[in-house]
Design a protein around this ligand. Structure first.
Ligand SMILES: [Zn+2]
Length: 227
């Protein structure tokens, strides 16, 4: 049990922070990987730092992925595109989808995990709230696990890396309840797509978060501009 290592992809948001809390609860030594990919603000990165401090992680890495901002095509990376203000309900893929994001994140997480001889990678993907994102679906996660099994030295030599997605099939309220039980510091997290100091309370991500807390019967501890 001791000295099992997990790499946790940490954005500083609610889901990834809950994943970090779950990995801590599982007894893993924690290694966080945070991506600076041209988010609308440095707010997320600061939240990730504070959360990593809170959990006293063994090591943390910040990877600058300027490439995603340069190729644009997403409302999260392209300043010319505005972030939608309504909860996404349609069948189409939302404009906040970032091309290849989780494929890139997991490739680098696998690289880090293999280098430090970690047993697991945690990523807070969720197929319910973000069903529009193809790289948040179970099929994608299963496929990446296969890639890790055949494409890493550690797996070929008998020590595979397990891709853990504990939030995959949970509602936001279920995620929050689980995290609340584990004492996850939601006051340090940020979810707003705008990236301002205070959350807007109106974007897709804020609405999902607020609805989740409400359904969980809990109060969101972060400040909102419009509430
Ligand atoms: Zn917002």
């Amino acid at each position: 049990m001791l000295n099992r290592k997990a790499v946790v992809v940490l954005s500083g948001g609610l889901d990834s922070t809950t994943c970090l809390g779950i990995a801590a609860d599982e007894g893993y030594s924690l290694y966080t990987l945070t991506f600076d990919y041209g988010q609308r603000h440095a707010r997320e990165l600061r939240a990730a730092e504070q959360v990593a401090d809170y959990y006293q992680v063994a090591d943390r890495r910040i990877v600058k992925l300027d490439f995603l901002r340069k190729i644009g095509k997403s409302a999260l990376t392209d300043f010319h595109l505005s972030v939608p203000k309504n909860v996404h309900d349609g069948e189409d893929i939302p404009i906040t989808y970032v091309p290849g994001r989780n494929l890139l994140f997991l490739s680098l997480a696998a690289s880090f995990a293999e280098a430090i001889e970690a047993q697991a990678i945690y990523i807070g993907v969720n197929a319910l709230d973000y069903s529009g994102y193809p790289d948040c679906r179970p099929q994608f996660i299963q496929a990446v696990q296969k890639v890790l099994d055949v494409g890493t030295k550690t797996a070929v030599e008998g020590a595979p890396i397990s891709l853990q997605t504990p939030l995959l099939h949970l509602t936001k309220a279920e995620i929050i309840r689980w995290g609340h039980r584990l004492g996850v510091p939601y006051q340090l997290t940020t979810s707003c797509y705008e990236g301002a100091e205070e959350a807007c309370g109106e974007c897709d991500s804020c609405r999902l978060r607020l609805r989740g807390f409400k359904e969980a019967g809990l109060v969101d501890p972060i400040p909102y501009r419009s509430l």
